[in-house]
Write a protein that binds this ligand. Structure first.
Ligand SMILES: Cc1cc2nc3c(=O)[nH]c(=O)nc-3n(C[C@H](O)[C@H](O)[C@H](O)COP(=O)(O)OP(=O)(O)OC[C@H]3O[C@@H](n4cnc5c(N)ncnc54)[C@H](O)[C@@H]3O)c2cc1C
Length: 459
């Protein structure tokens, strides 16, 4: 806290989500006085509405699949049904415990938590319900919201991830509009819960931001799981009548469903918050910054989903920490999107970091790639999962991209990001010993192969 009411805070953070609270915690740790303004719940979208609750749903979905598939492992199990109230109690319990822990952290670090809707009143001021809070530095961290398409109104049987998260029953037929990260995760959950699922995606493939080989493998796996998808086709409209929502596609075909889940991405929450009036440049809703996360207005920074680039919670955390350290004069290294790991938690799981094969070819011309099939990996065989680890390297150079798909592959992304961010050569990783039998060995074996000494790899 500042010495008196007239002294400005060192840092005022607007928005208490991943980016905002990480900035507040690190700034306080560094001895700065901090006010953190939040209109909803501390922890923001990630903790309360998306990352944590959706992953709890995905884990419940995995349990449902395990109950169905016991006989594959010689265990007699039967799947009875999904008790949505039980699923929500489990999910809410996880969120509740993390929320309590976070509240404790913020109060223990002497951060002033201001509950209310804030507005940038000037380059050094945030107005909250009639109170003016001034800061030597202001950090904008107001996050994002679930988007829809023009003319597609959310309501009734047409939902975004926000409403789908609290649905009290398992719908028999679901159409998921959007085959990106959010769409494929929800498709995976609903399928495991027993719904018939069809994904509609305008781009030619699911998870189009990933390496093409990953999309191909995911599509194969989804087909096997009975998840239908229509790619390269545009949505034309939706009509709700009685218990049915009819989804129209370009070309005239229709799909009937009990639920239409709109998963077409997130828009930045910057409208009406006084940013432009205070002189901050806003471009199509986003707040552009330089690599030190400074906006065009001195001492006003921006972090998280409102900054152009990857919309991921851990990017927000890293940016928040960066800004706190920058303000404290520690000159931290910038947070580069290229080195940020990405995980899509559908079944099978996707994990990647760095450049896709296409991007690497554009960047470096000559490159090398290697795909290690999980068929040669003992632990993946034990789990009965299929997939691969794909490496992309500069020709005779470092690894610039790692792309993985298969059960639990998200857990492998930690080593993958070290490899890419530390510019490791295949031979550097090939020299490291990976524990047996783990799925992590697949990452080691892929590097052994790319270094010219394959072990459990078929040509
Ligand atoms: C379905 C789904 C699943 C996802 N899963 C993952 C995942 O598994 N891993 C991952 O890394 N990312 C995931 N994401 C993305 C992740 O949730 C976001 O990148 C992250 O929440 C962004 O953090 P943020 O701090 O920028 O914004 P937010 O978390 O949105 O926080 C912004 C905060 O600002 C507050 N606020 C806004 N305006 C005001 C105002 N005027 N006054 C006061 N407070 C205000 C809001 O209430 C909110 O709490 C997922 C997204 C979706 C939609």
């Amino acid at each position: 806290m500042p010495a008196d009411a007239d002294t400005p805070y060192d840092v005022v953070v607007l928005g208490g989500g991943s980016g905002g609270y990480a900035c507040a915690l690190r700034a306080a740790e560094l001895g700065l006085s901090v006010a953190l303004v939040e209109k909803g719940k501390l922890g923001g979208t990630c903790l309360h509405n998306v990352c944590i609750p959706t992953k709890a749903l995905l884990h419940a979905a995995e349990v449902a699949d395990s109950a169905r598939e016991g006989s594959r492992f010689g265990i007699k199990t039967t799947f009875e049904s999904v008790d949505m109230s039980g699923v929500h109690a489990y999910k809410d319990g996880v969120v509740g415990r993390l929320y309590k822990g976070l509240q404790g952290l913020v109060s223990s670090r002497s951060i002033e938590f201001v509950q209310g809707t804030g507005r940038l009143g000037g380059p050094d001021t945030v107005d909250v319900d009639g109170r003016r809070i001034t800061g030597r530095n202001v950090v904008l961290a107001t996050g994002s919201y679930a988007k829809s398409l023009p003319g597609l109104e959310i309501g009734g049987r047409i939902m975004t991830s926000d409403e789908a998260l609290t649905i009290d029953h398992v719908p028999a037929r679901v159409v998921v509009l959007g085959g990106g990260v959010i769409g494929v995760e929800f498709a995976s959950v609903f399928r495991s819960f027993g719904s018939e699922v069809t994904i509609v995606e305008a781009l030619p493939r699911l998870v189009a931001a990933e390496d093409e080989a990953i999309s191909t493998q995911l599509q194969r796996a989804f087909r096997k799981r009975g998840i239908a998808f229509r790619t390269g086709v545009r949505f034309a409209g939706a009509r709700q009548e009685g218990d049915v929502v009819t989804v129209g596609l370009e070309g005239g075909s229709t799909i009937e469903a009990d639920l239409l889940l709109v998963a077409v991405g997130r828009g930045p929450s910057t409208d009406g918050l006084g940013y432009e009036e205070a002189g901050v440049t806003v471009d199509r809703g986003l707040v552009p910054t330089d690599e030190r996360l400074r906006t065009n207005v001195p001492n006003v920074y921006a972090v998280g989903d409102i900054v152009p680039g990857l919309q991921l919670a851990h990017r927000g955390f890293a940016q928040g920490i960066f800004v706190a350290e920058e303000i404290a004069g520690l000159s931290p290294a910038p947070v580069e999107d290229r080195g940020i790991p990405r995980v899509t938690y559908c079944d099978p799981e996707i994990a990647s970091v760095g450049l896709t094969e296409t991007q690497a070819r554009e960047a470096y011309g000559e490159i090398e790639t290697y795909e290690y099939n999980l068929g040669g990996n003992g632990k993946s065989q034990i789990l009965q999962t299929q997939g691969f680890v794909k490496l992309v390297s500069e020709k005779d150079g470092p690894i610039v991209g790692v792309h993985m798909i298969g059960a639990r592959m998200g857990e492998q992304v930690g080593e993958a990001q070290l490899i890419v961010n530390w510019d490791a050569f295949p031979a550097d990783v090939a020299g490291l010993v990976h524990a047996h039998p783990t799925q992590n060995e697949a990452l080691g074996e892929a590097h052994l192969a790319l270094a010219g000494k394959p072990l459990h790899a078929h040509a």
